[in-house]
Design a protein around this ligand. Sequence first.
Ligand SMILES: *Cc1c(COP(=O)(O)O)cnc(C)c1O
Length: 228
Amino acid sequence: MDRERLKRSLAAVTSRIEAAARRAGRDPAGVTLIAVTKTVDAATTQALIELGVHDIAENRQQSAAEKLPLIPALNGPQRPTLHFIGPLQRNKVKRVLEQFDVLHSVESVKLAAEVSKRALELGRTAAIFVQVNVAGEAQKGGFAPDELSDSLKEIIRLPAVRVLGLMCMAPYSDEPEAARPHFKRLASLSRELLPPEAHALSMGMSGDFEVAIEEGATHVRVGSALFE
Ligand SMILES: *Cc1c(COP(=O)(O)O)cnc(C)c1O
């Protein structure tokens, strides 16, 4: 993608993030823009990092394995934090941990246990978000809100996992306001069930990130708005 166009879209998204934070009386520095690069090539991802993006997300281990080695900035001083946001399969956990810094899609206790086991083997602690299926959609992963409490207790006890907070995807809608009750729900589950050091909220995508910020998002995952 043309660099000037990319620079303009990035500036537009960044100023929308700042405006939403100010509207909510929040410090814009408390919102991390995670650029979801799953639909663009290595050169565009490299350009985004050069333009100052510090956080990059991919959703498939296999395609990331092919793409990440082609991004020189990942080996330099500007190395961004790499987020894995896709459905996580247990047999891919080891490779995902080798490639990524933060996992957003931990959606079962079994999966969390596997993450902890593999992280221990690699001599590190895995930073994770626990995914919640806020709207109870059959096609989406994540804990049901009413099973979250017990599951979080088990996950927090795992030796090599550090829970940063909760993650959700609002149901698809053309209307950003439709997402608000789901974001509110995630924020209230977080306050109710997690200690303050685990209050990060990964919520908000291109269609609804401003509403998410108004409801407390600390990490927004934005793809298409950066590349159109
Ligand atoms: C693709 C994706 C995004 C970004 O979606 P856009 O609508 O392109 O901003 C965010 N989160 C997850 C989990 C995704 O798979």
